[in-house]
Design a protein around this ligand. Structure first.
Ligand SMILES: N[C@@H](CCC(=O)N[C@@H](CS)C(=O)NCC(=O)O)C(=O)O
Length: 197
């Protein structure tokens, strides 16, 4: 049985969405986390090495960091085809864009938020203004990251774009807005929202 270590309205919320999409058996263990304003605290029950959310445990097997959790869950629960398996078409793109999410896109957003120029040739990521055209090109055939097939990539990217859509971090794009709406219109997203509190 999967235990999701979850903090409301955090990066762990989208894993309730993914677990609902997968129709996997799971329990949610609420944890405290440290907040930007100095409040909150690492929860000793949380197995993430820095006390961050999300983390999961699967009968004692601990997995942390969003792309690793997404891959672990879609490999473990293949029945709803939420991620191409090893040897299946699309696996290479699936792995690449999972890694890109936390290695390039999140650092790009944080750099913009902190007003830091991304050092060309040194940083492992690029500026948002360079990352987003690559993401939009990938999404162009649509409707999802891997074409017709909805996958865990859409859970990560779609919820992120839905969250940042109203902010200056995300360059305005009707295509990204449509995509975020499409992802968050899914019944599993509504179920996750109802359970998340
Ligand atoms: N790289 C991690 C980031 C997780 C993360 O930073 N989560 C935030 C909540 S949205 C957190 O737990 N912050 C508490 C802290 O930094 O101590 C992932 O993608 O899973």
């Amino acid at each position: 049985m999967i235990t999701l270590y979850h903090h409301p309205k955090s990066r762990s919320t989208r894993f309730i969405f993914l677990l609902e999409e997968l129709q996997a058996p799971y329990t949610v263990q609420p944890v405290t986390i440290r907040k930007r304003d100095g409040s909150g605290a690492v929860d000793p029950a949380n197995p993430h090495p820095h006390g961050k959310a999300p983390a999961i445990s699967d009968d004692g097997v601990v997995v942390f960091e969003s792309p690793a959790i997404a891959l672990y869950l879609t490999d473990k629960f293949p029945q709803n085809r939420l991620g191409p398996l090893a040897g299946e078409a699309g696996r290479g793109a699936y792995l690449s864009w999972l890694a890109y999410y936390s290695a390039v896109l999140e650092p790009a957003f944080v750099s913009k938020f902190m007003n830091i120029e991304v050092p060309r040739g040194t940083a492992g990521w690029v500026a948002v203004e360079e990352a987003m055209p690559a993401v939009i090109a990938r999404l162009s055939p649509g409707p999802y990251f891997l074409g017709e097939r909805f996958t865990a990539l859409d859970v990560l990217y779609g919820t992120t774009f839905a969250m940042f859509g109203q902010s200056a971090l995300l360059p305005k794009s009707p295509q990204i807005e449509d995509y975020a709406r499409r992802v968050t219109a899914r019944p599993a997203f509504a179920r996750a929202m109802a359970k998340e509190g």
